[in-house]
Design a protein around this ligand. Structure first.
Ligand SMILES: Cc1ncc(COP(=O)(O)O)c(C=O)c1O
Length: 443
């Protein structure tokens, strides 16, 4: 392994030129943290336009699941492009679309026949699930969670409650959406302790929300990320997810699991819901499903997906290039990458828990498989969030050749491709530990 290898000052001359042009013509709403300009990539190695080679802990935000430009994915896309690139699956048939639907239907938890609807992005999957939940139940209201990120189109944005900047000046959002606290035990919103809390985050919905605010028989769905992604890679306790399932069953509410970030093998199982032994009514996937080709899907039982022709559709969803990329991705996940995510992820978590004992700035380490969050605090006792140190670390790590992103207010997220090796993991851990050794004060 001969990367990371930094050979220029960052950004290098070519990167500088591209960034300059970019700043003139690209929407200022994008959130670029540091000046990485991609030229090419292989596996977890990402090279910039000046020849600097980085170790990539981001995989394009948990999307390039098989690594950058996996040769088999590339081959499948090329072969499909030779035949045809597009033929609107809304109006016509092509084999790879239903082949992928059948594969996804066979993979999701739960018995019985399933149906699949395709979109192009995570937010579109959420829009589809939102519409389907209302259509199927004939009810209006939706419950979502503080800290949730479900996307940025109007419906999905209404379910998102991650950062205020995402809502500012976009109101009015969708009516009928209520946010409630998530099972975030490190910062319990009820100031209780896991083990003696009697899952207050579930009972509050039943005892307060359903008695004082919204009638449960008007709630169409509960939307939940089995692991909150943008909110800080927060893993809730098993009782939380199972409690939601019970609550939904009791009141005829649909449980919608947003597995856009946590799905497709990232956590060491195909879907994070499986870790909680929970069968969702609708499951939403995107990001890692097609190794970076734009694709999303919602999967539900045929009883739930009961809308008629014309009720929902789009032009590009389930595009043939994306479908073959997804079929190849899933095969690679099943042939070993998902297992690799479990093994390398467990190794990283063990090492990070040891690191946590050495550095008081590591408040919490949590995750499943290769979806790992490190929460940075001023000290372990008071748990005061340290977003400044987190941001500094992200910048300094870039200088050292490690691409990493933050999540939540003060966490680092580790979401490399599922090809990530133990050797790559050790190098990444060493670079991260260096930052804790240096500490927050050096600029
Ligand atoms: C859990 C979750 N849902 C939905 C989305 C929205 O996906 P997209 O950015 O593809 O619209 C994201 C994106 O980060 C996500 O993490």
């Amino acid at each position: 392994m001969n990367y990371p290898k930094i050979i220029t000052k960052l950004p290098g001359p070519k990167a500088k030129e591209i960034i300059e042009r970019d700043s003139k013509v690209m929407s200022p709403s994008y959130t670029r943290g540091y000046p990485f300009v991609m030229k090419r990539g292989r596996g977890a190695m990402a090279e910039d336009v000046d020849g600097n080679q980085f170790l990539d802990l981001t995989s394009g935000i948990a999307t390039c699941s098989t690594g950058h430009s996996h040769p088999e994915v590339v081959k499948a896309i090329q072969a499909q492009a030779e035949d045809f690139i597009h033929m609107s699956g809304t109006d016509f048939y092509y084999s790879v679309q239903s082949e992928l639907a059948a594969k996804l239907a066979s993979l999701v938890p739960g018995d019985g026949p399933k149906k699949v609807f395709f979109g192009n992005s995570g937010t579109e999957a959420i829009e589809a699930a939102l519409k389907l939940a209302r259509y199927h139940t004939g009810r209006q209201d939706i419950i979502a969670f503080f800290g949730a990120f479900h996307g940025r189109t109007m419906g999905a944005l209404s379910l998102t409650a991650s950062k205020v900047i995402q809502h500012r000046r976009f109101a009015p959002l969708l009516p009928g959406v209520v946010h409630v606290p998530y099972g975030y035990c490190y910062r319990c919103p009820y100031n209780l302790k896991y083990g003696s809390c009697e899952t207050a985050c579930i009972t509050w919905i039943e005892d307060v929300l359903f008695r004082r605010d919204i009638p449960p028989d008007e709630v169409a769905a509960i939307f939940v990320e089995p692991i909150q992604g943008e909110g800080g890679y927060v893993v809730p306790p098993v009782e939380f997810m199972q409690g939601l399932r019970r609550l939904a069953d009791k009141h005829g509410i649909l449980l919608v699991c947003d597995e856009v970030q946590s799905g497709m093998g990232r956590t060491g199982k195909m879907f994070a819901s499986e870790h909680f032994d929970v069968v969702p009514d609708i499951i939403c996937v995107a990001k890692g499903i097609a190794s970076g080709m734009p694709l999303s899907a919602i999967i539900a039982s045929d009883k739930v997906m009961d809308w008629p022709p014309g009720a929902h559709a789009n032009t590009f969803g389930g595009n043939p290039l994306a479908c073959v990329a997804a079929l190849t991705t899933i095969r690679l996940l099943e042939e070993g990458l998902m297992e690799n995510a479990a093994t390398v992820g467990a190794y990283m978590l063990e090492e990070l828990w040891k690191m946590q004992r050495r550095y008081p700035q590591i408040g919490d380490v949590r995750g499943l498989g290769l979806m790992i969050g490190i929460e940075i605090v001023k000290d372990t006792e008071k748990r005061e969030p340290d977003s400044t140190f987190r941001d500094k670390m992200v910048d300094r790590l870039f200088e050292k050749g490690l691409l990493i992103l933050g999540c939540g207010a003060n966490s680092l997220r580790i979401c490399p491709s599922l090809t990530f090796t133990r050797e790559e993991a050790s190098v990444a851990l060493e670079l991260i530990e260096d930052q804790f050794r240096i500490g927050p004060d050096r600029s």
